[in-house]
Design a protein around this ligand. Structure first.
Ligand code: FMN
Length: 191
């Protein structure tokens, strides 16, 4: 394999963009880690190639949103089995609940997706198995008016990446590189 470090940086950006754009991409559902040693699968919604910011949608009341708040370290882990590439992305996370980007993301969501933010807060204790949704909202596509109260619970998790630890698996010898992003130092390291 004769890829240069700058080719690898470009490939990573391409994979992240594809992960956001395609449900079929292995990079569509990465694991998002927080500094409390917790982690969870989330759907990657967007990748901004200028700032290297990843966008996720979440509930503003969830433990991860509470923990990250206006700024906290966040890790995002991708494994593309077909490409044989692991990407351990490290950066700064923040939760946004107001502003143009949040409004635009809400406007682009379906009422079915918006419905997820209607119910009790994530992690609320229940005596019975529950979706958390009000009974009337179970299994239906609600109207615009019915989902309007959910908007206040909707949040973006934005993770601005600083560094990517890239690992390529190969029988001829694995390769690993650590790259600052969007630009900066890039170096080979032992896998
Ligand atoms: C395939 C899959 C996709 C998910 N996508 C999201 C998502 O986009 N946003 C989200 O908040 N939770 C998503 N979840 C649920 C989270 O993994 C997690 O259970 C939930 O957000 C509560 O996390 P917390 O307790 O750390 O706040 C997804 C779970 C799976 C299995």
């Amino acid at each position: 394999m004769t890829q240069s470090l700058s080719d690898i940086r470009a490939d990573i950006a391409r994979q992240l963009a594809e992960g956001a754009a395609s449900r079929r991409s292995a990079c569509h559902t990465p694991v998002v880690g927080t500094a409390d040693a917790d982690m969870r699968v989330m759907v990657l919604r967007a990748f901004d190639p200028d700032s290297w910011t990843l966008r996720f949608h979440t509930d503003a009341r969830s433990p991860k949103a509470q923990l990250i708040g206006e700024g906290a370290p966040a890790g995002v882990l991708f494994y593309d089995r077909e490409a044989k590439v692991q990407m351990r992305c490290r950066g700064e996370g923040r939760i946004a609940t107001q502003g143009e980007t949040v409004d635009a993301a809400w406007a682009a969501s379906t009422n079915f997706a918006r419905r997820c933010y209607l119910g009790a807060e994530p992690g609320a204790i229940s005596d019975t198995p529950t979706s958390g949704l009000p009974d009337w909202a179970e299994g239906v596509q609600p109207t615009e008016e019915q989902v309007a109260p959910a908007r206040e619970h909707f949040a973006l998790l934005l993770v601005t990446l600083r560094e990517v630890d890239w690992l390529y698996l190969s029988n001829e010898g694995h390769r690993r590189a650590v790259l600052q992003v969007p630009a900066g130092e890039a170096r080979w390291v032992t896998p």
